[in-house]
Design a binder for this molecule. Structure first.
Ligand SMILES: O=C(O)C1=C[C@@H](OP(=O)(O)O)[C@@H](O)[C@H](O)C1
Ligand SMILES: C=C(OP(=O)(O)O)C(=O)O
Length: 461
């Protein structure tokens, strides 16, 4: 795995003044659909037997890149503005032709900075039998790809490195598709290596039996999500043995599905209540979810906030409310749990809260964040220091030893979660500017507007 430094990139655009919360942040917020679920459902729709419908699909850069890539592989996409009078938009996707029926024309996939595109689509490309060239943003070229490519290679696909071996850009070609069978990879750098092979497993002629050879798989919730989404689509998956997954071969029936809100992107809004002693409510919180963001209900109380839920009619969703703690003088009070473990993609948002707490917090089992949109451990340490706090990297994470104290320009490193880190810190610290707030369009183009309306009080109370 590469480690890249968190030197602040220069930005030509005007930095975004993070709104300071003059009072406890109170209001109600609705967040768009989950990136991880949207891109899994779109991919499975592309491998299904007939046109499938994804209702309330996320509209963001990552989901657009997924749709464009699937179109490049031969899918057709129809946008439906109002699905059956529900008021919700939907995407109808007609599947990708698989080998040997697919076109033989070479194709190109732009992965942008989307892990779910760069790690999930090489196996789909191999199933089409076409020669498919993959590339992405400059920042994407340092995200590890090796295990997916080694897995596909072991399954018989030809991979040519168009750059550094194990990284973008590369070309995948498997004339005749994939037979599948047994394969072993080391997925300790990203759960997406496992998900990317499993999602295509049913369309391999013998199915897929995948074994992880390393110590642990990070972001295990995302592997569980993949298994659950496959089962929901009618695919048989055996995950009864640790670190071994068997996907049975067979057709994927066409489906219609509605995507849950993105619980990771809900994070900064819920944290806003915890950081300011405010109260934020979210309706439509799934009562059961495979998303890692369901962990906010356990994480926020560890920082002193109170989380309550009320079942909504039908029982499948809840209204969730977060109330931040205040001290005897009514000032916001953020406690530290001391250590938080394995917070995966929630880490930058949790770190923003921890950086406002007077007591230190240590983040453990997050070393794979070095391969995220940027090296998040280096980036968080650098930005906390820039804001007058103290922090240091550790072998498997980082430690915040004193809170942020003054404003500064927070650099985003093209990473949406670093941009929202800056927004959260800016609630309590004046004169925080966020460089490249626009990178939040990766998963949530509406972030800047929603954030401003919540903090400045235009959101319903
Ligand atoms: O499968 C997915 O949708 C994801 C898996 C995780 O990747 P890592 O295992 O690399 O953390 C997560 O961080 C990423 O945001 C989305
Ligand atoms: C790690 C993330 O994204 P990606 O899907 O690009 O890996 C993330 O959204 O935090």
């Amino acid at each position: 795995m590469t480690s890249h430094t968190a030197e602040a990139p220069s930005s030509g655009d005007q930095a975004w003044p993070a709104p300071l919360a003059g009072a406890p942040v109170c209001g109600e917020v609705t967040v768009p659909a989950s990136k991880s679920l949207t891109n899994r459902f779109l991919l499975l729709a592309a491998l299904a037997e007939g046109p499938s419908v994804v209702v309330n699909a996320l509209e963001s850069r990552d989901s657009r890149l997924m749709l464009q890539a699937l179109e490049a592989l031969g899918a057709s996409v129809e946008h439906i503005p109002d699905w059956k009078g529900t008021g919700e938009a939907a995407v109808r996707l007609t599947p990708v032709p698989l080998a040997p029926a697919s076109s033989q024309a070479p194709a190109q996939v732009d992965c942008g900075l989307a892990g779910t595109v760069m790690r999930f689509l090489p196996a789909v490309a191999a199933l089409t039998g076409r020669r498919v060239a993959f590339d992405g943003d400059p920042e994407a070229r340092i995200r590890p790809m090796g295990a997916v490519l080694e897995g596909l290679s072991a399954l018989g696909a030809q991979i040519s490195d168009d750059g550094r071996p194990g990284y973008l850009p590369f070309t995948v070609e498997s004339p005749g598709g994939l037979d599948g069978g047994e394969v072993a990879i080391d997925a300790s750098a990203s759960s997406q290596f496992v998900s990317g092979l499993l999602l295509a497993g049913a369309r391999m002629r013998r199915g897929l039996r995948l074994r992880h050879t390393g110590r642990s798989v990070p972001s295990s919730e995302h592997v569980a999500m993949t298994v659950q989404v496959l089962r929901q689509a009618g695919v048989e998956v055996d995950d009864s043995q640790p670190f071994v997954w068997a996907v049975s071969p067979g057709p994927i029936p066409a489906f219609t599905v509605r995507v849950e809100p993105d619980l990771s992107n809900a994070g900064p809004f819920l944290v806003a209540a915890a950081a300011t002693g405010g109260e934020v409510t979210m309706r439509g919180w799934p009562a059961e979810s495979t998303q890692i963001g369901r962990r906010w209900t356990e994480l926020l109380p560890q920082f002193g906030a109170e989380v309550s839920t009320v079942p909504e009619p039908g029982g499948e969703t809840l209204t969730l409310t977060v109330r931040g703690a205040r001290d005897e003088q009514g000032r916001p009070q953020v406690l530290s749990p001391g250590t938080v473990d394995g917070t995966a993609e929630l880490t930058p948002t949790v770190a923003a809260l921890a950086a406002l707490a007077p007591e230190p917090t240590t983040f453990t089992s997050v070393d794979h964040l070095r391969g995220h949109e940027t090296d998040r451990l280096a980036a968080l340490v650098a930005e906390i220091r820039r804001l007058g706090g103290s922090a240091e990297e550790t072998a498997d994470g980082f430690r915040i030893t004193s809170p942020v104290r003054h404003g500064a320009t927070v650099f985003s490193y093209a990473d949406h979660r670093m941009a929202t880190f800056g927004a959260v810190v800016g609630l309590r610290i004046s004169e925080v500017l966020v460089e490249d707030i626009g990178c939040t369009s990766k998963t949530m183009p509406t972030f800047p507007a929603l954030w401003r309306s919540l903090v400045e009080g235009d959101a319903p109370r």
